[in-house]
Design a protein around this ligand. Structure first.
Ligand code: OAD
Length: 236
């Protein structure tokens, strides 16, 4: 099967009702990035940051995967699909996608403030334990924190994501403004032979030299169109 690699951003989940960051009305108009999405902000005011992600997490049970998520999961019938997502929600998994790399962490996980990337410190939260509270401890005794990659922190999954991008036969980019590095740089790794499809209702700053085909639609409508196109080349 051909290797299909998909890079998704906040626009992927917009139709499920989760706000994007930089569109008008987006999360970064209502909250200061420096306060809630940087390691310095967390050190300054851990309660504020923990509460911000508690609020995001509590939204998850109230939303569902959109048609776009479902169509991506269905592509696994004809392609070897890996999704590299910047999203911290679990909508790709809930739609049935089996290989999902979360570059920026996962809302439903929590970890240690001292060793955030140590796998033995990472726990999965559930319906009975949705909120992180000040005083909750990780296994190493430090304050439990959201398993989110903040600005200023290393992105541990980026090397695996770059390697997978470099092996793609077909590459798809959905709903990301390509503002945030290193995620935005992944398109540079896509081999010249692989076609790239971009699904986004707006123009996106494209720095890679590689040509791409822009499907200027939202995630669900765009995925309907892309699915038809991919059926034609699945077994070429
Ligand atoms: P942005 O909010 O920067 O970009 C969202 C993109 O989705 C834009 O290009 C929109 O045009 C597009 N979009 C909007 N509605 C859409 C729809 N219905 N279907 C498809 N596309 C749509 O979000 P990201 O690029 O994901 O990181 O942001 C990247 C990172 O910045 C996030 O992971 C987050 C943020 O700060 C951290 O918090 C570390």
């Amino acid at each position: 099967m051909k290797k299909l690699v998909v890079l998704t951003g906040a626009g992927m989940s917009a139709e499920s009702g989760i706000s994007t960051f930089r569109d008008s009305g987006g999360l970064w108009e209502q909250h200061r990035v420096e306060d809630v999405a940087t390691i310095e902000g967390y050190i300054r005011n851990p309660q504020l940051v923990i509460d911000f992600y508690n609020e995001r997490r509590r939204q998850l049970p109230t939303v569902k995967p959109c048609r776009g998520h479902e169509l991506l999961a269905a592509l696994e019938q004809d392609f070897d699909v890996t999704i590299i997502t910047q999203n911290v929600d679990d909508l790709h998994e809930r739609a049935g996608s089996t290989k999902v790399i979360h570059l920026h962490g996962e809302l439903m996980k929590a970890t240690s403030s001292r060793n955030p990337n140590d796998p033995s410190q990472i726990i999965t939260l559930d319906a009975d334990h949705m909120d992180i509270k000040m005083g909750d401890q990780a296994a190493d005794g430090s304050q439990l924190r959201p398993f989110i990659v903040w600005f200023g922190e290393a992105v541990p999954e980026i090397e695996r994501a770059a390697e997978i991008s470099s092996e793609a036969d077909i590459y798809v980019v959905i709903g990301t403004s390509l503002n945030v590095y290193p995620a935005a740089g992944l398109v540079q790794f896509v081999p010249d032979r692989a076609p790239i499809y971009l699904i986004d209702p707006k123009d996106v700053p494209w720095t890679a030299g590689h040509r791409y085909r822009h499907i200027k639609k939202g995630a669900s409508e765009g995925m309907e169109e892309l699915t038809k196109m991919l059926k034609l080349i699945a077994y070429d």
